[in-house]
Design a binder for this molecule. Structure first.
Ligand SMILES: [Zn+2]
Length: 455
């Protein structure tokens, strides 16, 4: 374990590296900081080279750059693992809510404060330092390594997918670990097994060509708000089951093992209810709340409008009524197919006398689920158990991490989040910080992760 000594010896130096890195205001959302994003990419390249990693370079995309580097001398019989992360950051305003300036990082109470300290600079730097420790102490690595860092994550990676497709051979890997994300708590690790996908639509119910007098035409023609209400009501039963034909067809149901893993994660139902300010939970009664949150698809009305909404009364029979609907999907639901099912359902349930138009929302995402027995996830689980002294919680997320789906679509690999941020670290908010203890833990964990492949 010579690398452990190396990490200890370099501790102060590595913290200084992190401070240096965080002080670059690489805000991808702001045009005036474009050069800083490039500068951060160049900083990463320099640091990779110093670590002894080869072929490090900034590569252009159609927008913000990416960084690639590799070390491929472990032999063809060894797997190639890719480590992903991002060197761009969120904007830092409002600046006056920061206790110390966001791009003049400072250490207080064992934490580095600064924009990007946790998301994702501290997390993405750790594997580079781990690789350096191994290369410096044994001159070799147990696996072939590729590092791939992007400068456009915080603006939704607009040109990353075409870049990956174009460079699919360069980026091909047996396993991918993402350094963007976090752990369950300071002493409880987690592994993310699943993420939800997304699809949505806007529904317009058209009645008469203009608002009509309800005394003159009420009883004569259909009211589009009533029609819309009927359509919406037909989509779910009283218990919250979605009643759209085909909606659940491709859902991979939760296995006994999945349900047992969920049940091991502490979830305080009463506290959850109190936190949301509701009187009770609601949804498919044959599943627990956590199972519904993590493992079941949903259909939600996001907005509904139509008719007169001003003060007092207006005896109007409105011309149109509209609603926005989104669904969070689970594996193996397909967003396009689900949209078709919704559209067909709406058309079937449209009452006489109105017309409907269903428009698909531009953004959609594929659901993500690590296959059972996924090798990278198993190895990560072993390492986390060793580092934390306790087995990880196997969790899922109700939202999506678009890059995970992107890596699956473009490279065909289920990435595993292997990162060490914590929920309270104010990412995307003032006073973002990263714990120095997590910074060290992540370096050790990455060394052990690589070592695990050499066994
Ligand atoms: Zn991030």
């Amino acid at each position: 374990m010579a690398w452990a000594e190396y990490l200890r010896k370099k501790e102060t130096e590595f913290i200084e590296d992190l401070i240096d890195f965080v002080s670059i205001p690489s805000i991808s959302a702001m045009d005036e900081h474009f050069e800083d994003v490039v500068k951060a990419g160049e900083w990463v390249v320099e640091r990779l080279k110093r670590a002894g990693i080869e072929n490090a370079r900034v590569m252009e995309t159609e927008t913000h750059p990416v960084v690639y580097a590799d070390w491929l001398h472990a032999g063809e019989d060894k797997p190639t693992i890719m480590i992903y992360g991002h060197f761009d950051v969120q904007p830092a305003d409002p600046y006056d809510l920061w206790d110390t300036p966001p791009f003049e990082p400072q250490i207080r109470d064992g934490k580095v404060f600064g924009r990007g300290a946790s998301d994702d600079k501290g997390n993405m730097l750790a594997p580079i330092l781990a690789i350096e420790a191994m290369l410096q102490t044994r001159g070799t690595l147990p696996v072939n390594i590729k590092l791939f860092y992007e400068g456009q994550e915080e603006i939704g990676s607009p040109t990353l997918a075409p870049f990956i497709r174009e460079h699919a051979k360069l980026l091909s890997a047996d396993m991918i670990f993402s350094s963007d994300g976090g752990q369950f708590s300071e002493d409880q690790p987690q592994l993310i097994q699943g993420l939800k996908g997304l699809v949505g639509c806007e529904l317009t119910v058209q009645g008469p060509d203009a608002d009509k007098h309800s005394g003159k035409h009420g009883g004569g023609i259909a009211n589009p708000i009533h029609a819309l209400s009927l359509i919406i009501a037909s989509m779910k039963d009283d218990e919250g089951h979605i009643t759209i034909d085909g909606f659940y067809d491709d859902v991979i149901d939760l296995s006994i093992e999945d349900r047992a893993a969920f049940a091991r994660v502490p979830f305080d139902e009463a506290a959850y209810i109190a936190q949301q300010g509701v009187t009770d939970t609601f949804g498919e009664p044959e599943y627990t709340t956590l199972e519904r949150l993590w493992g079941r698809p949903t259909l939600e009305l996001n907005g509904i409008w139509g008719g007169y909404q001003g003060k007092g009364t207006k005896t109007v029979l409105p011309s149109i009524a509209q609603a926005k609907i989104t669904c969070r999907l689970v594996a193996d639901q397909n967003p396009d197919q689900i949209f078709e099912h919704i559209k067909a359902h709406i058309e079937r349930h449209t009452p006489k006398g109105v017309r409907v138009d269903v428009e698909k929302m531009a953004a959609s995402a594929q659901p993500f689920l690590s296959p059972a027995g996924h090798n990278a996830s198993e190895i990560a689980g072993r390492v986390l158990t060793e580092v934390y002294g306790t087995a990880p919680h196997y969790v899922r997320i109700g939202g999506s991490i678009p890059v995970m789906s992107m890596l699956l679509d473009t490279l065909g690999v289920h990435a595993t989040v292997f990162a060490f941020g914590l929920d309270d670290e104010n990412i995307h908010a003032p006073n973002e910080f990263f714990r120095l203890s997590s910074f060290q833990k992540s370096q050790i964990a990455y060394c052990k992760l690589l070592e695990e492949f050499g066994k």
